[in-house]
Design a binder for this molecule. Structure first.
Ligand SMILES: Cc1cc2nc3c(=O)[nH]c(=O)nc-3n(C[C@H](O)[C@H](O)[C@H](O)COP(=O)(O)OP(=O)(O)OC[C@H]3O[C@@H](n4cnc5c(N)ncnc54)[C@H](O)[C@@H]3O)c2cc1C
Length: 462
């Protein structure tokens, strides 16, 4: 239980200046980027090193106080909404890049390092850390690992799980667990690293992360293809994949999103286009030239009105900055933005796009669609006002129908935003009850006092 004596013990570990209980602070930590009810925690604590982190976990376990770890709080599934009788554990001071090993191509970081900070550091050494969530300027690597975050480059380079070589974390009892290794291959013991990635703070508190780096691509070419129907754009996406070309990035924006982005970023996007696809191919210059030609030809074959190549780095950066601003741009349109994450096999993108249009019409709601079309991960984004209860009820019905459609098409509820609280009630639809029971038994065995981010992923156990 959190009382004055517990707060005093926390202060004894980290110093009183790193323990927070003021109402304004609790308000800040009561919500994240998901559209869900907020919940004020009992306190927040910001450890500065491994020892302090371990002592906090052990203290909470002994006192039965729930812990919700918070990086930057940008997750979109309610993963950092705390328990009212719990504490928020902030990773802001655990923000050191411990090592960048150029010879063996890996980096060792603390969980509070901002994603873009690591990407920039390794780039200086001619190396590349590909996972690039749209939030990378603020998201932390701890949050990325715990959510198995994806990004714009997922199509060719994979997502966070493809780069996590090893972890150090505290389990619920306060034991320090080391998994994986700094070697490219590692087949020792269970694949605990794999289990921890995407575990959303429910199985342990990450303290150290070893990440694979790869050589930076030598050449790249970005282009924008303009379409008068979104069907043609989505068919082009499926055709590029079917031609066995894997661009680094293959993104789609519908007209609703194009207009919002253009209003917001003045990037020069054609406001009257029904859809755009933004493409980047990268690698060896000869491959870039060949794949670039093939992609342009496919765009034209499937009805692109124009295909424009970025001629300079500035033009390239402008394209991707515009794309990265999509969510912020849409957020300006109405008071509430619900960003969905349903993902389908790539060949089903045209079906999914058509279904989204039909769902928007059926429930008389605004849905802007953009996203990582190349890996089947669309972000249907519903713009609404949560205070309008009647409209929000229609939005909830539409969301359920989007989930059902994605599953019917052989897809998944979440390509990259995780389960958290938002998707926990729908997990059974996709994974089945046995899978939920298995996960709950796992949690109970590893966390007998249920202190690690209770209620997330597996919901509340009976
Ligand atoms: C504008 C915008 C764009 C986005 N674009 C993308 C995108 O392209 N791709 C994508 O995948 N996501 C995207 N996201 C979602 C979000 O940024 C990611 O989920 C990101 O990984 C969260 O990082 P964070 O530091 O904010 O983590 P938080 O939100 O603070 O935490 C996320 C989860 O990780 C857990 N956690 C954090 N640190 C630790 C730790 N040290 N130990 C154990 N558990 C921990 C938390 O408890 C929580 O469950 C976007 C969000 C926004 C707002």
């Amino acid at each position: 239980m959190i009382d004055q004596s517990f707060i005093k013990q926390l202060a004894g570990i980290v110093g009183p200046e790193h323990v927070f209980t003021q109402k304004e602070d609790m308000l800040t930590y009561s919500y994240d980027a998901a559209v869900l009810d907020s919940r004020m925690p009992g306190g927040a604590v910001m450890p500065g090193n491994t020892e302090e982190l371990g002592e906090i976990v052990a203290l909470c376990n002994g006192a039965g106080v729930p812990i919700t770890v918070r990086g930057s709080g940008t997750n979109l599934s309610g993963g950092t909404i705390p328990e009212s009788d719990g504490i928020v554990l902030l990773t802001g001071r655990l923000n050191q890049i411990l090592e960048i090993n150029e010879a063996d191509m890996y980096a060792v970081v603390r969980p509070g390092v901002v994603t873009a900070a690591l990407a920039a550091e390794v780039e200086k050494k001619g190396l590349f850390y590909p996972p690039d969530p749209g939030s990378m300027a603020v998201s932390t690597l701890g949050g990325n690992v715990a959510e198995n975050a994806g990004g714009l480059r997922g199509l060719k380079y994979g997502v966070t799980k493809d780069y996590v070589m090893g972890l150090h974390f505290f389990d619920a009892l306060g034991n320090y667990v080391k998994t994986g290794s700094r070697t490219v291959k590692c087949a020792t013991g269970y694949n605990i690293t794999g289990l921890m990635v995407g575990s959303e703070g429910t199985l342990g508190v990450l303290d150290q992360i070893t990440l694979k780096l790869i050589p930076a691509p030598v050449a790249r070419q970005s282009m924008v293809a303009v379409y008068d129907t979104i069907e043609k754009a989505s068919e082009t996406v499926a055709a590029i994949i079917a031609a066995h070309i894997l661009p680094a990035t293959l993104e789609i924006l519908d007209n609703f999103t194009i207009r919002a982005v253009e209003d917001y970023s003045k990037a020069g996007l054609p406001m009257d286009a029904d859809a755009l696809i933004l493409i980047e191919v990268d690698g060896h210059p000869a491959v870039v030239a060949e794949e670039g030609e093939k992609v342009q030809a496919l765009c034209r074959q499937f009805g692109a009105q124009s295909v424009t190549l970025a001629k300079t780095d500035e033009e390239r950066d402008k394209i991707w900055a515009a794309r990265r601003s999509a969510l912020s741009a849409l957020a300006q349109v109405k008071p509430t933005l619900v960003l969905e994450d349903a993902t389908v096999p790539r060949s089903k993108i045209p079906d999914m796009v058509r279904s989204l249009q039909a769902i928007a019409k059926k429930y008389k709601i605004d849905i802007g669609t953009f996203g990582h079309a190349g890996d089947g991960n669309l972000h249907p984004t519903i713009l609404t006002d949560r205070r309008d209860q009647e409209e929000f009820h229609r939005v909830e019905q539409a969301i359920e129908e989007i989930f059902d459609k994605a599953i019917d098409l052989g897809g998944t509820l979440s390509g990259e935003h995780g389960t958290g609280i938002a998707k926990a009630p729908f997990l059974e639809k996709e994974a089945g009850y046995s899978s939920i029971l298995f996960s709950r038994r796992l949690r109970k065995a590893l966390d007998p006092n249920n202190i690690l981010n209770p209620g997330k992923i597996t919901g509340v156990s009976e």
